[in-house]
Ligand binder design. Structure first.
Ligand SMILES: Nc1ncnc2c1ncn2[C@@H]1O[C@H](COP(=O)(O)OP(=O)(O)OP(=O)(O)O)[C@@H](O)[C@H]1O
Ligand SMILES: [Mg+2]
Length: 331
């Protein structure tokens, strides 16, 4: 913004909105003279089909209800709709990099190239190995990007930035993981997002389709009830059981196996051994999950509170919304 930025009043409030499959979550952060302070967290149940043919009018209504008086927001695309690849490239300009990642992505993207937006960015300051400098290449459907802009516009909101959930997670915990190798694992309803960092750099990201809903489906089958009733039963068990009930064993093992694949990949391919796992997302609130994963994977696992001022207890369901709201604050 240059000189204009110096004369315009500085923005002090930032809003992140995470359109999850289970819930739409909104986080508002205020930046004053001290560290960022969380001043509002709001959530509403998502209409069915946020993951596919969504009920657009209902989403617009929810966005309006969550953000009264707000003008601009930061949101993110669902991880499974964005193709990401981490590549190593020799030294080159940013423009050359944009060209270099295209063929790599076009081999794997599920649609014609004109239907996808392709972007790339460096993940490290300088090459960390002889094979080059690590860069993230990503491709997102143009139609989805337009849809997001139009949903927010219909709710009277400007979508300032459309980010990746992985970056939001990283940003939220960046301050407390500066000198370690950490896996950030956000367990949602349908999707789990994993981000692995080495000090201040992201070295790996992946999402897979195992989340809290799998536990609900298992409970529904076991009890012979509908999903709504099974969800209630699951939450009761989740709040009390220190160990996974037999019915949840296959789901928790599946989740653990997927996380292990990520850890193994990083250790074998990148030489990055993870020393700590930070869990977030609503699905991480199963009481037995941290201890179970810790003993299965042999890595310290917990739900950690981000280094922000909270005037109420931190709820890990809001991790991504909070990380989005920090977009303009944590560089
Ligand atoms: N207290 C709790 N104990 C156990 N599970 C919970 C609890 N609260 C929420 N969940 C589960 O967390 C999941 C929702 O988490 P979250 O809000 O992070 O998902 P989402 O962002 O809407 O979904 P996704 O990221 O997959 O699109 C649901 O499966 C829900 O059952
Ligand atoms: Mg989510």
């Amino acid at each position: 913004m240059g000189w204009l930025g110096k004369i315009l009043p500085r923005r002090t409030r930032f809003v992140g909105i995470d359109l999850g499959t289970a819930e739409v979550k909104m986080a508002e952060i205020e930046v004053g003279n001290r560290d960022p302070e969380v001043i509002a967290l709001r959530r509403l149940t998502s209409p069915p089909g946020v993951e596919g043919e969504m009920e657009e009018d209902q989403v617009v209504e929810i966005l309006k209800q969550l953000s009264p008086g707000v003008k601009e927001v930061i949101s993110c695309l669902p991880p499974e709709k964005v193709v990401t690849r981490i590549l190593r490239l020799p030294p080159m300009s940013d423009k050359e990099r944009e060209e270099a990642v295209r063929p790599e992505l076009e081999r794997v993207i599920p649609a014609p190239r004109e239907e996808m937006i392709i972007r790339s960015l460096w993940l490290e300051e300088k090459p960390s190995s002889q094979e080059g400098r690590r860069c993230l290449a990503l491709a997102a459907p143009v139609s989805l990007v337009y849809l997001y802009h139009s949903l927010f516009a219909r709710a009277g909101l400007t979508l300032g930035v459309l980010d990746l959930p992985a970056f939001a997670l990283y940003r939220l915990f960046a301050q407390q993981i500066q000198r370690e190798n950490v896996a950030l694992v956000d367990v949602g309803a349908r999707v789990t997002q994993v981000v692995i960092t080495r000090g201040p750099e992201i070295v790996f990201l992946r999402s897979f389709s195992v989340g809290g809903d799998l536990f609900t489906r298992l409970a529904a089958e076991y009890l012979g009830v509908g999903l709504e009733e099974a969800e209630k039963a699951k939450l009761e068990v989740a709040a009390t059981s220190p160990e996974p009930e037999e019915i949840f064993r296959s789901a928790v093992l599946e989740l653990g196996r997927e996380v292990k694949r990520c850890l193994d990949f990083c250790e074998n391919q990148e030489g990055v051994k993870v020393g700590r796992i930070i869990l977030s997302g609503g699905g991480a609130k199963l009481r037995f999950l941290p201890a179970f994963l810790e003993s299965m994977l042999g890595v310290k696992t917990s739900i950690e509170t981000p280094l922000l001022h909270f005037s109420f207890p931190y709820d890990p369901s809001f991790a991504i919304a909070l990380g989005l709201a920090l977009r303009e604050v944590v560089k």
